[in-house]
Design a binder for this molecule. Sequence first.
Ligand code: SF4
Ligand code: MG
Length: 330
Amino acid sequence: MLTIDNLKVALDAESGIVRAIDGLALAIRRGETFALVGESGCGKSMTALALMRLLPDNGQVTSGRVMIDQTDVLELPEAQMRGVRGGRIGMIFQEPSTSLNPVMKVGQQIVEAIEAHTALRGDAARAKAIEWLRRVGIPEPERRIDDYPFRMSGGQKQRVMIAMTLASEPDYLVADEPTTALDVTIQKQILDLLKDLQREQGMGLLLITHDLAVVKGMAHRVALMYAGQIIEVAEADQFFAAPQHPYARALLKALPDAGRRSETLAAIPGTVPPLTMQFDGCRFAPRCPYALDYCHTTPPELTPLHGGQVRCLLLEPGGPGLVERVPLVI
Ligand code: SF4
Ligand code: MG
């Protein structure tokens, strides 16, 4: 189990202290795909960087724990953390070029990952690298293993990244917008590949994306973030069939038919508040069609609902529920 508990991350920015993540909790089981969804700047990528201990220099975890089984990875000495990174938790990014070394043959990069994290060496490691290239769908892997990254297309580079990351057999994989940079056909192929590998390897996959269309059909569970907090967690089927939080309802109403690329978040009027702000009430209140006066003064807690959790005052036990308000006619 990979567990994040009350995680808070602050960034020291020119505009002030940015509370990028404010009390995030989630648990990912091995063998499941857990999607972390939200618009850009909501804290999803920061969550991934915090758990990998790769925050930028101006960023700091100010509270919380990240546990793999019984180990708090935030407390490990950096030398041990290097073993965790790659060995127990792999990570792939949107832009494979940021992780592939341009002056090293792709095969050598995969071999290094294999030698660093498994017992295989030399020819055995090279054979394994070829096997991984084949598994991720690179044609003629015996030949392509000696290519440099620039000889490969964007989709192939992402496949190599996946091979390199999974070759060290991590228990968990963090994939941050793994297909956003790719065109739609390739995007689908890479997602199908990730889905197959997640199942075959029995990994826990943390899939980070702004695109709900990517999550549908791929994730077992979904957590939706807004302004540095999780505002809804649910089984994926439940989430897509009956979203609860007003923001989730609006997003899903705006979700185009399957197969089309979505920029759904722009469809909701208003913008995300800056995270330098202190919040008195619900962070979504300025955009929420259901907001009542007390929404602006009382911060909602994440509360159990229908087998999931939701952060909305009106949906708390004993709350009034969500009723679209109609203008009063006197
Ligand atoms: Fe909307 Fe109020 Fe619920 Fe926030 S607490 S989501 S403002 S109804
Ligand atoms: Mg991001």
